[in-house]
Design a protein around this ligand. Structure first.
Ligand SMILES: Cc1cc2nc3c(=O)[nH]c(=O)nc-3n(C[C@H](O)[C@H](O)[C@H](O)COP(=O)(O)OP(=O)(O)OC[C@H]3O[C@@H](n4cnc5c(N)ncnc54)[C@H](O)[C@@H]3O)c2cc1C
Length: 461
């Protein structure tokens, strides 16, 4: 058998890994169950509006991402977010207030009470917790920064990133850098300062400071360009339904219309969602299965992109967007001000907003009818931004399982993935359910998986 890699899933993780294999001339097939590549990355352009179905921005957290974009020659297409749109807004007592970005801003902001601000200083005298502590994000924040900060800063922030609940997410698993910061420096403020110096040496950038980018025609440009280069080895409409192993040879069975096809490979990369991989029949003869991957919780989310006439909104939209704490009586998790971030997201004198609904906070709303969701969202936008007219554009994407939740105890799944790989040389698992939930995390995960597969291939030859 000529050694050949099977990549399962043509989302950004699988595509990035496949691109690395392609560059090194390693034979591979990338199997995709759907009829298009990109996974949750998908852009629709209609009537002068641009709507992202899934992610809206890519964070340039690492030189590897910058290099990938230049290897793909995407310089002309790439656009960085407007520096004037850095401001983030939070809601407190129904008011939309800017998140402070300087020491003076922190002192004067009405977002937090004076006792809450003074409580932050406790960070300098907090003891270091045990290294094996797996606590919730909420317990960490209560310990270090206090209740008000949890309710009005961390709760909305976590809704914006994970669509998650700080009472369930694990600090160690979901925010490993924060966990390490505390373990290493004891004080978060001190750690943030000293950690920045170290990141400068490696070229890594913290997510909070990373440049945000997209492309003139939206994020789907990235999977589109990757697909062009690897299309000779791509099988779309080819769901993998079974994986087996005979000696050192992997067998991958796909459904092709009404029939089944089995192909032999020397190694396999599992790069679909955890719940999708859980449905693959695992026939390696050692009694294992992938079924346990279905235990990883995903938050349900609906993304509603709405266009409005500019004159129908009171708020200046002079920032990235607004996040809503659970304590406020407002239904949406938050909204991104797309037209402020990137040019040409809406026709002249119009704007687009992307609103997120549901998440772990309100799973029922995430799955409610389009009509209910629209009505609820318009009501929220009326309160928050002074919207006074019906939308001129609507694009809705509902995900029953959108974002994996790295909850307390998630470490056992990471251990199990590692164990499966150790037991099965030639097998790798990569992507958002293991290496971080963001687009940049998935690219880096796919990149690393690609390099490992190249190594494995070199060893086989
Ligand atoms: C609503 C939403 C908003 C987001 N916003 C942002 C954001 O603004 N910024 C950010 O950085 N990140 C964001 N993310 C996260 C980011 O989009 C993901 O982390 C990343 O795109 C995941 O890529 P992936 O390749 O790991 O998985 P996926 O995109 O899920 O791709 C998996 C692929 O595997 C295929 N597949 C499934 N089963 C099989 C099978 N049996 N055989 C073959 N193929 C199979 C699927 O069809 C799919 O194409 C967002 C995610 C969502 C859902």
């Amino acid at each position: 058998m000529t050694p050949s890699v099977a990549v399962i899933g043509a989302g950004i993780t699988g595509l990035t890994a496949a691109f690395r294999l392609h560059q090194q001339g390693v034979p591979f097939t990338i199997y995709e169950s759907g009829s298009r590549t990109g996974g949750v990355i998908q852009t629709t352009e209609r009537d002068g509006y641009l709507a992202e179905h899934g992610p809206n921005t890519l964070l340039e957290t690492s030189p590897i991402i910058k290099n990938l974009l230049s290897e793909l020659d995407l310089g002309q297409e790439q656009i960085y977010s407007d520096p004037l749109a850095e401001k983030r807004f939070l809601v407190r007592d129904g008011q939309v207030l800017p998140m402070p970005s300087s020491v003076t801003g922190w002192i004067t902001t009405p977002l937090f009470s004076l006792p809450a601000k003074l409580r932050l200083l406790g960070d300098f005298v907090q003891p270091r917790p045990p290294a094996d502590l797996d606590e919730t994000l909420a317990s960490f924040v209560l310990r270090r920064l206090g209740r008000e900060f949890l309710d009005y800063a961390i709760n909305p922030f976590v809704a914006g990133i994970y669509a998650g609940n700080p009472e369930r997410l694990s600090l160690r698993e979901a925010f490993p850098k924060l966990f390490e910061l505390e373990q290493r420096y004891r004080s978060l403020f001190l750690g943030n300062f000293l950690g920045a110096r170290e990141r400068r040496k490696t070229g890594e950038v913290a997510k909070s400071n990373a440049p945000k980018l997209s492309f003139r025609h939206g994020l789907s440009t990235l999977p589109h360009e990757l697909t062009k280069l690897i299309r000779h080895s791509l099988r779309i409409d080819s769901p993998v339904i079974r994986i087996g192993k005979v000696g050192k040879t992997w067998t991958v069975t796909i459904r092709n219309g009404d029939s089944l096809e089995t192909h032999e490979h020397s190694s396999v990369l599992l790069a679909a969602s955890a719940f999708q991989l859980a449905g693959i029949d695992w026939k390696t003869g050692d009694g294992d299965s992938l079924g346990w991957l279905a235990e990883i919780h995903y938050a349900p989310v609906t993304s509603l992109v709405l266009g409005f006439s500019r004159s129908a909104i009171d708020h200046p939209l002079d920032g990235f967007g607004v996040l809503v704490p659970a304590k406020e009586n407002i239904s949406i998790l938050g909204a991104i001000f797309n037209s402020s971030l990137f040019p040409d997201r809406a026709p002249k004198d119009h704007i687009t907003l992307t609103c997120y609904l549901g998440g772990m906070r309100d799973p029922e709303l995430a799955l409610a009818s389009a009509e209910v969701q629209l009505k609820t969202t318009i009501l929220s936008l009326k309160k928050l931004l002074g919207v006074s007219a019906q939308p001129t554009f609507i694009h809705r994407t509902a995900y029953t399982r959108a974002i994996p939740q790295y909850e307390v105890g998630f470490g056992k799944y990471r251990e199990r993935m590692k164990g499966l790989e150790e037991k099965n040389p030639g097998l790798l698992l990569a992507g958002h359910f293991r290496d971080g939930i963001s687009l940049s995390d998935s690219i880096l995960s796919g990149h690393r998986a690609g390099l490992k597969l190249i190594d494995l291939n070199n060893q086989t030859n």
